[in-house]
Design a protein around this ligand. Structure first.
Ligand code: SIN
Length: 544
């Protein structure tokens, strides 16, 4: 009889249907697709998506993908901009790999036929905040992510060794003694469990925007990858660095739809309700400052004026350029009665991207053997305290490729028994939707653009109280597992934000408004394998 301590569900794992593959990739955004394409050279791959294959943050990316491919550009310039935006916490070697290999990977995308926009036959580059050159490739105006994902999915569909499983939610990593052996899935279409054993597992499950009330992220972005890697014992770092995108549509009844940074890159202004171009008061580069600076300036301005939103003004731009460059934004806003050529577009910041995540080395390896992470869920060190616009698809491509390449190496026998986390059944009923709403409200209120110690402590204590009953529930359905992951992820953010007693990049504390050179270091969080406590950079932080 296998030992089943740390086992989540009251089922015998051995009775769960089993598939085996050399590589398992969890997530079908750009990082997951890059990993699958690269791993397929070394053997069979299973690519598991939580929903349908093209439901990902990557697919929604508007602005583009940054690469130093222009004649006036060089990787060193791209690296310098990335480091400048990152607030002193970027890893220079990871950044070097990003900008150098990024050019190769983008060239491969071009060779695969990605329909990047062109001018006179040459790739057309746009500009975004804090980039010193026009270096953003874009496709179909403002639908870059969709074009890249479609190209990569076509490539994957032509690889006989890749099996795609849609609607497969990763409940937990299968691991023992610090080694990963695959993952346990819920097939959400048929309500069945599935065990996938693999010599080599890549978590590329994207971000966590749904942990907050206001976000640009799709419904699938519930932070699952952070939580499953955390429970498997992986080290996570820099979880306090949550990026707010400065300009998301603020209209009653509309989702927080992203209004791409490229709109400001093409010359749009930010105005307050009095019609004043307020960014010039806060930062020399005005609307083209790094994203953290623009978001913080908007909040300062809203505090000053008492308003709830500011506006994007495109009225001075060429209407033909607007229509060509931003067809999707134009159509979306039109659905809510806004003509972006003639009207001011009401906007305010919302959660967009997590800079921190599962700590990896330069080959995307986590601290758990044979477990890799790539894309937004990973912390490779390239973004530091604030990500430069349009570096996210690039990072997903470069480090997803590196993660897949590692499949050439690790081969180990599949173990018996397989262990995952242990949670006793309690059988009580939980209102998952209510808990999710309550969590989003407190994270939005207390872990937003500006934070302070008292509110962070309140958040930690509240999530701890909710976790005492919610984490020991047994679920049959995806929303229950998701809300558990959201609680864990929110806790990881809150304890990291509480510990960093300074302001840096996207992490701003009103009680510690200055950067402190002693804090030029990374917060690292990990579960204690023996007693399940959360320890942060060596200090115990929380017991579930
Ligand atoms: C945008 O188009 O503004 C988003 C791109 C990014 O997040 O880098």
């Amino acid at each position: 009889m296998p030992i089943q301590e740390r086992f989540l569900l009251s089922v015998d794992l051995e009775s769960v249907p089993l598939m085996r593959s050399r590589a398992l990739v969890i997530g079908s955004g750009v990082a997951g697709l890059a990993a699958a394409i690269s791993a397929a050279r070394h053997g069979p791959v299973i690519l598991a998506a939580k929903g349908i294959l093209d439901d990902s943050n990557s697919n929604q990316a508007q602005g583009g993908i940054a690469a130093a491919l222009g004649e006036d550009d060089q990787p060193e310039l791209h690296a310098a901009d990335t480091m400048e935006a990152g607030g002193g916490l970027c890893d220079p070697e990871a950044v070097r790999i990003l900008v150098e290999e990024g050019r190769l990977r983008c060239q491969e995308l071009i060779d695969l036929g990605t329909p990047f926009d062109r001018e006179n036959g040459e790739i057309a580059f746009t500009r975004e905040g804090a980039h010193s050159r026009r270096r953003i490739l874009h496709a179909n105006g403002d639908a870059t992510g969709r074009a890249i994902v479609a190209t990569m999915l076509t490539r994957v569909s032509h690889l006989p060794g890749v099996l795609c499983l849609e609607n497969h939610f990763a409940i937990d990593i299968l691991h023992r003694d610090g080694v990963c052996y695959g993952a346990l899935f819920l097939d959400t279409k048929y309500g069945r469990l599935l065990r996938v054993e693999a010599a080599f597992t890549v978590v590329a499950s994207g971000g966590l925007g749904q942990v907050f009330r206001e976000t640009t992220n799709p419904a699938v972005a519930t932070g699952d990858g952070y939580a499953i890697c955390y429970r498997a014992g992986a080290v996570l770092q820099d979880m306090e660095f949550v990026q707010f995108h400065p300009t998301t549509l603020y209209r009653a009844g509309a989702p927080r739809f992203l209004i791409s940074e490229a709109v400001r890159g093409e010359g749009a202004y930010l105005l307050n309700q009095m019609g004043e171009r307020f960014m010039t008061r806060y930062a020399e580069a005005a609307e083209l400052s790094p994203r953290d600076v623009v978001s913080q300036s908007i909040f300062k301005e809203l505090n000053r004026t008492g308003d709830t939103f500011v506006s994007l003004d495109l009225r001075h731009l060429d209407p033909a350029l607007i229509a060509e460059r931003f067809p999707n934004i134009m159509a979306f806003c039109a659905d809510y009665g806004i003509d972006i050529v003639q009207d001011l577009v009401p906007v305010r910041p919302a959660v967009h991207y997590m800079m921190g995540g599962v700590k990896t080395d330069l080959d995307a390896a986590t601290s758990v053997k044979n477990l890799y992470a790539a894309g937004e869920v990973a912390s490779t060190g390239v973004h530091g305290a604030n990500r430069l616009a349009s570096n996210s698809l690039l990072e997903a491509l470069v480090f997803g490729h590196r993660a897949g390449a590692a499949a050439a190496e690790d081969i180990h026998p599949f173990p018996d028994p397989l262990l995952t986390r242990r949670l006793p059944a309690k059988g009580t009923r939980l209102d998952v939707e209510d808990l999710s709403r309550s969590l989003k409200a407190i994270t939005w209120r207390n872990i937003g653009v500006y934070r302070n110690g008292i509110h962070l402590l309140e958040t930690v204590e509240t999530i701890r109280a909710w976790s005492t009953f919610a984490l020991s529930e047994q679920f049959q359905m995806r929303p229950g597992f998701e809300v558990q992951n959201m609680l864990t992820t929110a806790m990881l953010i809150a304890v990291s934000a509480m510990r960093r007693t300074e302001s840096r990049g996207a992490h701003q504390r009103s009680d510690y408004p200055e950067s402190n050179p002693e804090w030029l270091s990374h917060n690292q969080v990990q579960i204690d394998r023996l007693d399940g406590e959360m320890s942060i950079s060596g200090r115990l932080a929380w017991k579930p």
